[in-house]
Write a protein that binds this ligand. Structure first.
Ligand code: GLC
Ligand code: CA
Length: 536
């Protein structure tokens, strides 16, 4: 298998509104990101996945783009973007852009023209029907919005300010490829592709994801933009199975480097229930089975995994699956060790490396996210109490990941000098912050730093086979095996002691959050004990 830089990479996701504010308006921006590159270099990451910074009315925080080749005023301008690229490059950090081409903003020039002038070529860049069917928007309500001017409905799988693009239109596809090439020429290192599995939709047949032409489009896109360039591409594909993931990520298919699959994230809510109906306790055996499936089915050379606990749409993993009290640091390290030593490219979401947690929202007035607000409205109308609604949002809502990055214990956690930040800063920034983490050699930060370094330096993390071990239910243990070495990873995914009585001979300790010899002597794992050793 041909190895690429991204096989050894760890990617760090930045949510620009919340990372660092350079001009005191309470909103993160590009200059803010550039000012923190030294910190990211110290962490050791290979690349930044930058959530959207393009021009946008910010109905969905930039996932509604009105100009793909301009920067939103709140974030700065194109010169700031070029400066970020240049400064990052100097530090060996690459930039991956967020490609949101399932839909645009309704304020994009194409849609404005399409709406104003039904005879324009742009009309067919979007999806119009005389009558709506019963397709629902993912953000609540119907997926169809009536347009007075032409007496037709347009499709929007997300908010009504996010009209869906019509990928059947070849001219539109070419415009997208031209735009991608424009960014590639600027020196970016790849794309994270927003809800890419939806571009092959057939609304009349109620097909949203995995439409019949999806892979034709991606292959065409690959030839028009990616071919011959060493870029990282990762598709967001909520419903992907290993079979589907192979279609995207097998090198022979010439599509993408990898996809984000969300099967493990599905354990955050009840089976076949909306995400708001969350599951209080992690089903560890189910989690192990899912990882085992993905690790073994995406064989080396036939597909590639991405590895993540968090992103800007998910709750903070410590709050839902870890421990935010006595074992916050230890559980954060344990979850990191469990994830980063599997095969795939790991992603870290801003603040994960210091163990940031969900936000204690007190009332609906503190909520910003359109998805949460739409959910609250519908749920209240359907008779839920506001306490029930808040309980779901506190656990699952997307704003939890989006509160400002906690840099230090000063005002606004050092994120901004503004009186009011766009989302409130978590009160726990007094103790959970970058400054404190850097100061403490035992902090979560240094576990992440070590995991990133291990990945850069060790081929076995790519090549070694994965083998799940039979252990106590709440112990996640696996082997990574190459022709001449065997590595053992053991993680107690719980607040309780767990038996671990495997007779093993250790040749070398690779990483741990505990004293491995005590574990082996006592044949017992303390809560959230985690380690990796090379076996004799
Ligand atoms: C993706 C993004 C999410 C956004 C949605 C619509 O799921 O990650 O933040 O709201 O697509 O663009
Ligand atoms: Ca700002």
């Amino acid at each position: 298998m041909k190895k690429h830089w991204w096989h050894k990479a760890t990617i760090y996701q930045i949510y620009p509104k919340s990372f660092m504010d350079s001009n005191g308006d309470g909103i993160g921006d590009l200059k803010g990101i550039t000012s923190k590159l030294d910190y990211l270099q110290k962490l050791g990451i290979t690349a930044i996945w930058l959530s959207p910074v393009y021009q946008s009315p910010m109905d969905d925080n930039g996932y509604d783009i009105s100009d793909y080749q301009a920067i939103a005023d709140i974030f700065g301008d194109m010169a700031d973007m070029e400066e970020l690229l240049a400064q990052a490059k100097q530090r060996g950090i690459r930039i991956i852009m967020d490609l949101v081409v399932n839909h645009t903003s309704d304020e994009h020039a194409w849609f404005v023209e399409a709406r104003e002038n039904p005879d324009s070529p742009e009309r067919d860049y979007y999806i119009w029907r005389d009558q709506p069917n019963d397709l629902d928007s993912i953000f609540g309500g119907s997926a169809w919005q009536y347009d007075d001017k032409s007496s037709q409905y347009y499709l929007h799988f997300f908010s009504k300010k996010q009209p869906d693009l019509n990928w059947e239109n070849a001219a539109l596809r070419q415009k997208v490829y031209d735009m991608m090439n424009w960014w590639i020429d600027k020196g970016i290192a790849g794309f994270r592709m927003d809800v890419i599995d939806m571009i092959g939709k057939i609304p009349d047949q109620k097909i949203a994801n995995n439409g019949p032409k999806l892979h034709d489009y991606i292959k065409e896109m690959h030839q028009a933009t990616l071919a011959g360039k060493d870029l990282l591409t990762v598709g967001e594909t909520w419903g992907a199975t290993p079979e589907i993931a192979k279609k995207y990520s097998s090198p022979a298919e010439e599509e993408l480097s990898m996809v984000f699959q969300f099967e493990h994230i599905g354990l955050q809510h009840k089976p076949n229930a909306p995400k708001w109906d969350y599951e209080k306790e992690l089903n560890v055996p189910a989690l192990k089975a899912i990882f085992n499936k993905w690790q073994t089915e995406l064989e080396l050379g036939q597909g590639w995994n991405s590895l993540f606990w968090n992103n800007h749409d998910l709750p903070r993993v410590l709050s839902i699956w870890g421990d935010t009290a006595a074992y916050r640091e230890k559980s954060a390290k344990a979850l990191a060790i469990a994830l980063h030593l599997m095969r795939g490219t790991p992603y870290i979401y801003q603040g994960e490396e210091i163990g940031m947690t969900n936000y204690p929202f007190k009332d609906l007035g503190e909520i910003d996210d359109i998805e949460s607000l739409n959910f609250a409205k519908e749920a209240l109308e359907n008779g839920k109490t506001s306490e029930e609604v808040l309980d779901s949002i506190r656990m699952i809502g997307r704003d939890n990941a989006r509160t400002p990055m906690q840099w230090d214990s000063s005002k606004n956690a050092g994120f901004s000098t503004a009186d009011k930040t766009w989302l409130p800063v978590n009160p726990n920034h007094n103790t959970i912050n970058v400054q404190a983490a850097l100061y403490n050699p035992e902090s979560i930060f240094y576990t992440y730093q070590k995991l990133i370094k291990l990945r850069k330096e060790n081929e076995w993390l790519i090549d070694a086979d994965f083998e799940l071990l039979e252990t106590a239910d709440k112990v996640f243990a696996y082997l990574r095996k190459t022709a001449d070495a065997v590595y053992l990873v053991v993680v107690n995914v719980s607040d309780d002691k767990q038996v671990f009585d495997m007779p093993i001979a250790v040749s070398e300790e690779i990483i741990s959050n505990t004293d491995v010899s005590t574990v082996l002597t006592n044949k017992m794992l303390e809560p959230w004990d985690a380690f990796c050793v090379k076996l004799c």
